[in-house]
Design a protein around this ligand. Structure first.
Ligand code: PAF
Length: 285
């Protein structure tokens, strides 16, 4: 695997691959790679000839009180994991390479209709930071396909919308959520869960699964269901941020006759903020 720190050298390597007629698959990450990331890399490998992974802990998407400085940085281990699955290229730029004019002066990309709800409501500016860095990365790599995990459902929906609105020529591919044996969705932030709270940390998944059962049983009072799911999270000793039943495409609150809906939730443990989601197709229910 070749590692690049500079935009120019990535561009040269990818230009060569394209001259050889190869397609390019891209997996953007913030590092601290776990099995779910590796599954995204394998998915990209099944869809493209050459695969490039980026590792960049993007300060622009972290709020002032968030965990940018604490965010786990494990580039040696990440690099070994990628080499072990025969990833072709790793792009590992520093902040000066990505934001040479400083972050305050950086031109921004905003998806206004979806960035301020759900996770965006408690993380102001977060999705603006994501869409800005992802559009820069798309311009650097110019991939044919890019793979994003469904675990960050809102991020995936926003990126799809950005690509549509800005006519960016890339196919966005969704990678399934990878779960621990008890249902907890894999995430780099799971390392912040304390050992004491870990046995119940799958509560968000359990509450969303309960919600799914209620809906499949015919319950359609969505606001009441959201309140009940939050109560279950509280009873388990965690602080719910939100539980929302949304239209899968627009992320607006689902109408009772919407057929494609997504149940999204976020909760705080002592050490972490966890997110999860489940999608349902109610056609034929
Ligand atoms: O999902 C992530 O790890 C990040 O939000 C991303 C897409 C790499 C942008 O920094």
């Amino acid at each position: 695997m070749k590692t690049f720190h500079h935009i120019q050298s990535v561009r040269e390597a990818l230009k060569q691959a394209r001259l050889e007629g190869k397609t390019v698959g891209f997996v953007p990450t913030m590092g601290n790679l776990h099995d779910a990331h590796i599954a995204l890399v394998r998915q990209a490998q099944s869809l493209a000839d050459v695969v490039i992974v980026s590792v960049f802990v993007n300060r622009l998407q972290f709020g002032l009180n968030e965990d940018w400085d604490k965010y786990p940085r494990t580039i040696e281990a990440d690099s070994q994991k990628l080499a072990a699955v025969n990833c072709d290229f790793l792009f590992y730029p520093d902040e000066k390479e990505m934001y040479p004019n400083g972050m305050d002066a950086q031109t921004r990309v905003i998806v206004p209709s979806m960035a301020d709800v759900l996770c965006g409501a408690s993380r102001p500016g977060h999705f603006e930071g994501v869409t800005t860095v992802v559009s820069k990365l798309f311009n650097i790599v110019q991939p044919d396909i890019a793979v994003f995990g469904i675990k960050d459902y809102q991020q995936l929906a926003i990126i799809r919308r950005m690509v549509e609105d800005l006519c960016i020529p890339v196919d966005i591919v969704a990678g399934d959520i990878v779960r621990e044996a008890d249902g907890l969705a894999m995430s780099s932030r799971n390392s912040f869960i304390t050992p004491q709270e870990r046995p119940n940390a799958n509560q968000l998944h359990r509450s969303l699964s309960w919600l799914r059962e209620q809906i499949l049983a015919g319950e359609r009072n969505y606001p009441a269901l959201e309140t009940a799911a939050k109560a279950r999270i509280k009873e388990a000793g965690f602080r719910p941020d939100y539980v929302s039943i949304c239209n899968s495409k627009t992320l607006t609150p689902a109408a009772s006759d919407d057929l494609n809906i997504t149940l999204l939730g976020a909760m705080y443990t002592e050490g972490a903020r966890l997110i999860d989601n489940l999608s349902l197709n109610l056609a034929g229910e």
